[in-house]
Design a protein around this ligand. Sequence first.
Ligand SMILES: [Zn+2]
Length: 400
Amino acid sequence: MTPWDHLATHEAAVLQTVFWSAGASRLALADQLAYSKTKANSVVAGLLDQGLLEETGLQGSTGGRRPETLQLHRDLGVLIGADLGATSVDVAIMAPDLRVLAHHAEAADVLSGPGVVLSRVRALMRQLLAQCGKTPAQVMGIGLGVPGPVDFAHGMLVNPPLMPQWDGFSIRDYLREDYAAPVFVDNDVNLMALAELWRLKRSLPNFLVIKVGTGIGCGIVCHGEVYRGANGSAGDVGHICVDAHGPRCHCGNLGCVEAMAAGPAMARRATEAALAGESALLAECLQNNGVITPLDVAQASRQGDTAANHIIQDAGSLIGQMLASMVNFFNPSHVFIGGGITRIGPLFLASVRQSVYKRSLALSTRHLDIQFTPLAEKAGLVGAGVLALQETLKQRGAAA
Ligand SMILES: [Zn+2]
């Protein structure tokens, strides 16, 4: 039994606000929650007494008494974040302010199925907890990102094209055997969106996050919240058609943007160019390594290889074509592009921008900012931590 189990609704609201503002003063809290100063002071005093909040140093002040910075108490417990990619797993133990206490990443293959992948994730969680001297009982919440459509309410994947064996498998029930803490599962790109939202302290209410890796997905932040849609599949943009005569996608349709511009498509085109004698650099890479990865294409492009430049520009342009429709439809202030593609570099980003600006309506692009995700590879794990803490607090607040 922890103090955590008896949260009143307004206490949960204050804890959430402190978490999202990454340190806050009583005054700022009162402001954000539309509480009177007296109410904010008394809720905060109660939370300090229960050891749920702590005061850490002083904030800069505009005059008068300097207000204390509040944050979630560091002894509150730890969060576990896990980011499952198509080809990798990342697991971290985090403090309540999302500082990483222990972290491990390794290659994995989601196609080997939930039994194999999750038993490894479970072992890593145990090992990392032990490494920072924590026990399963000290875990407050667990957040997990997966590369496919998720039924968020039930914590399971639904008909995931990249990982068919995971269909209907309850990740939540699987991890429940080890932990009393709640487990939350979400699509990996939704977690990237949550991570950016947290980094920005919710200062941008409407933006998109595009992940380009093995597949292509989009996280939607609308009115300061991640928007999941009626069934949790909002932002599944990878199968938008960008060429009716394009190659067949694994979903069965022709010319999906994912089939033409994601990592595997770039690698395939580079292999074709190498075999057709269009690029000495790519041919050399194929001969030495047996395969060409998107990063090899980027490397060749940086050395001025024309075929590599074309592949990157075409991918950027097709993704921009899809994105232009999103921008016209949703009118975001920012688009953040993440996933493995961020390491491809500026030529890719320039092609995306050019394609979006050419096709979008003037009004929706007048102030549009398109950039790589500032959190880069960390976005997935940070998002898993945000998910774990935010949803745990919501649940505790609602149960009060
Ligand atoms: Zn498709």
